[in-house]
Structure formats: C-alpha cells, structure tokens
Write a protein that binds this ligand. Sequence first.
Ligand code: ZN
Length: 137
Amino acid sequence: MQIAAAADDSVWRPEDDPDDVAFHEPHRCPDCRAPLTYYTTNFGLSIALEPSDAPAKDIPSRFRWRLHTTTARNSKCVIMLTAVHLGGLEPAPDEPVRPTHRAVCPAPAAREQVFDEQLRDLARSRRRLARPVQDTG
Ligand SMILES: [Zn+2]
C-alpha cells in the first residue's frame, strides 16, 4: 500500500494493489491513527469520510460531503455509495452532512486547518451579506 497526499494535505488517497489478496490492516490516519473508511467520489478519487453524519453548522463547507446511494435496477438494494461534495450549496444549519475525517481529526495540524476553513466560511458569508441585492425584475 502506498499513501499519496494531495497538494493541500486534506485528502489522502490509498493505492491498493488489486491483485494483492493478503490480509492488510485498515487504512489509518497518518496523524491520529484512527481507522479510515474511504469512499469513491463522483470524480473517481477516494476520500476518507467519517462513519456518521454531523450537523452542517459544525463542519466547514470544504469538508461537507453527502453519500449518494445507487440501487440495483428494480430493487431497493444499495449496490454503491458515492461521495459527493456539497461545494457551493449552503445546507440548513442542522442539515446532516458527512464530514471528512480531516474535519474531526484531533491532530493539531488538522484543527488548525479546520479553524482556517471556518474563518474562510465566515469571510465568504460576510461578503455575501455585504453584496447589494440585485433587482432582476
Ligand atoms: Zn486523524
């Protein structure tokens, strides 16, 4: 197994050998050693998401994801989960979102990154509120 870091250190992408049938430990966070569950994104990348949802107000927008379920044809059986980033969508404060592990990782570097993203979200909200309302009618 190799672990490659994204340019911004927010996404870790494990690369497993599909022909390797030997037992291996679950992937772990390189900072806090917590076990990670990876999901494939709609862009074909992998991202470590937490096992449960959290209210959107507690998670900076950069770390907000949703799991999209794909069912078998004419069935309710879920055959695939795809991670979709919420991006510019602004969910209601109590709406559940699936955070990345980075958003809840106790490592100091991760906490600092989460704090920076919270400040960025606040600045974005202030800019949006300061923008004059355009009359489209
Ligand atoms: Zn961690």
